[in-house]
Design a protein around this ligand. Structure first.
Ligand code: C2O
Ligand code: CU
Length: 524
């Protein structure tokens, strides 16, 4: 039996072989300020900012419904989009569009999404933030095969993995046994998540419930999902990404210079470069998602409203907060969501308000623009009490029956650098934690020498502390992803509710994830 790259690595470490790791290298370059990664410059001429109207992804209609369940269907396929003016971009999208169609569902109403694969590569779909049974969670090797592929033998060291007969679709079951929240779905194929999400495989999943419906928050046209991500483009307009093998069927990974992460030089919102949205002088709710591979943002409004803060946060990854939180700025790591209300009545009609990225420079310092174009009667408000958070408030350190520690660092494979957790690169065969169903644990997460947004599947958690001190205002509420910068640590309190079975936790810098910064836990 031949030995995989990972087995070599473990033996190397076990034998005490000294590894020369470039720990000293800077974790950002170009205009990636605050992000871990390297900017990939576009070859195409980029568009002028604030010209394209903000698109909003279409909401998917169910194919059919019965008493207990709504059934949806999506086809993952090639599509064409005009992202830069006059140029055509090939998209690998859910239903061929980027972002994919928005799935809307209701708390405790089950849905089934049939995903078909018409792409030339294997895919796996994960509902990020979903409390999902293990068979529908989009485990990285739980693949839907491309056309014409009978069996799958990965060339990336999964030699021992045996696949059943190829299937071309999979029914994902989402029981939705959780609160209203802004979730998203995206590709999770082992070793190739970074390039496949970059090509377009990501969409919103909005879960609603009666508690939220009853609130006087902005609704309808004024409840707007914003998927922020960065991309780069080649001359003809196609997405540029430094894959070692652009067919995504051979060697995984990116060119050495991009090991820390791939940063685009073009900021897209809902798939459009630096778009503009016309608004009335009223409140709007924005469900902000950072769907970037490696870029982190610090969002701010310019100008700031004179007598109040820019953003009133009403929800986090796991749904509504107990009470709103005012922010002048919002740090958002990859995969995090912030539900915020912006009150445009603080501006005169005809004001142009730019959503800035204070971590960017040059073009990446801008995200999008709002143009206050008309007066309108205000119908919404932000109540001082949003949601019943008794369960969250009651959850304390004393509930934890066990503490675990996970270090997110580089690991070396001879001269080659990868990323790992507690010194180990991902291995689908290795179980790294076995929490009991219904139990509560404290997980200490420490990261170096780069920023790592840490995500756990299945659960939402409470951030207890950062660096032994108080949490940040942006850590509030139920979280499924905690964004840590180099040298930071956080303690999170996790209740393993939901389902027994195998899940992953990982860094949501997608290049780190593909280069093995992932591990398994099994709820027993
Ligand atoms: Cu957003 Cu494991 O993923
Ligand atoms: Cu990372």
């Amino acid at each position: 039996m031949s030995m995989s790259r990972r087995e070599f690595l473990r033996l190397g470490l076990a034998g005490g072989v000294a590894l020369a790791l470039p720990f000293g290298t800077s974790t950002c370059s170009g205009s990636g300020g605050g992000s871990t990664g390297t900017v990939l410059p576009s070859k195409a001429r980029l568009s002028e900012p604030f010209q394209t109207p903000l698109p909003v992804p279409p909401v998917l209609e169910p194919a059919r419904s019965d008493a207990s369940t709504d059934y949806f269907e999506m086809v993952q396929k090639l599509g064409k989009a005009e992202i830069l003016p006059g140029l055509e971009t090939e998209v690998w999208g859910y239903d061929g569009i980027f972002p994919g169609p928005t799935v809307e569902s209701r708390s405790r109403r089950k849905i089934v999404v049939r995903q078909r694969n018409d792409l030339p590569v294997p895919v796996s779909t994960h509902l990020h933030g979903g409390r999902t049974p293990p068979g529908s969670d989009g485990y990285p090797t739980d693949l839907i095969m491309p056309r014409g592929m009978k069996h799958y033998a990965s060339m990336s060291g999964h030699g021992s993995m045996e696949m059943e007969d190829a299937r071309r679709y999979k029914d994902y079951e989402y029981p939705n046994g959780q609160r209203a929240a802004t979730l998203w779905y995206h590709d999770h194929r082992t070793d190739f998540t970074g390039p496949q999400v970059w090509r377009g495989l990501a969409g919103f999943y909005i879960l609603r419930d009666d508690e939220e419906d009853a609130l006087p928050l902005p609704k309808g046209e004024k409840d707007v999902p914003l998927m922020i991500c960065d991309r780069s483009f080649d001359e003809e307009g196609s997405f540029l990404y430094p894959s070692l093998d652009s067919s995504l069927m051979g060697e995984p990974g990116v060119e050495d210079d991009y090991m820390d992460g791939v940063l685009g030089d073009t900021i897209l919102v809902n798939g459009a470069p630096w778009p503009v949205m016309e608004v009335s002088n009223t409140r709007y709710r924005f469900r902000i998602l950072n769907a970037s591979n490696a870029r982190r943002y610090e969002l701010a409004l310019d100008p700031e409203p004179g007598d109040s803060t820019s953003f009133v946060q009403v929800g986090s990854d796991g749904g509504l907060l107990g009470a709103p939180i005012d922010h002048h700025r919002i740090h958002i790591g990859q995969a995090e969501r912030f539900d915020v209300v912006v009150d445009f009545s603080k501006y005169e009609v005809s004001t142009e308000v730019t959503l800035k990225n204070l971590l960017g420079d040059g073009k990446t310092a801008n995200v999008m623009r709002f143009r206050v174009v008309r007066k309108e009667k205000e119908e919404s408000t932000v109540p001082s009490r949003l949601s019943d958070m008794d369960e969250f408030d009651a959850l304390g350190e004393a509930d934890a029956t066990r503490t675990r520690e996970f270090r997110f660092t580089r690991v070396g494979d001879g001269g080659k650098v990868m990323w790992g957790i507690n010194g180990e690169p991902f291995d689908s065969e290795r179980m790294d934690a076995r929490p009991e169903l219904g139990s509560t644990e404290i997980w200490h997460l420490r990261v170096a020498p780069a920023a790592h947004p840490i995500h756990l599947h299945l659960v939402h958690f409470k951030v207890l502390s950062r660096n032994g001190r108080r949490t940040l205002p942006t850590d509030a509420g139920w979280k499924d992803t905690v964004d840590l910068t180099s040298g930071e640590e956080a303690s999170v309190l996790v209740r393993f509710d939901g389902y027994r079975g195998r899940y992953v936790f990982h860094c949501h810098n997608l290049e780190h994830e593909d280069m093995m910064m992932m591990a398994n836990f099994e709820v027993v």
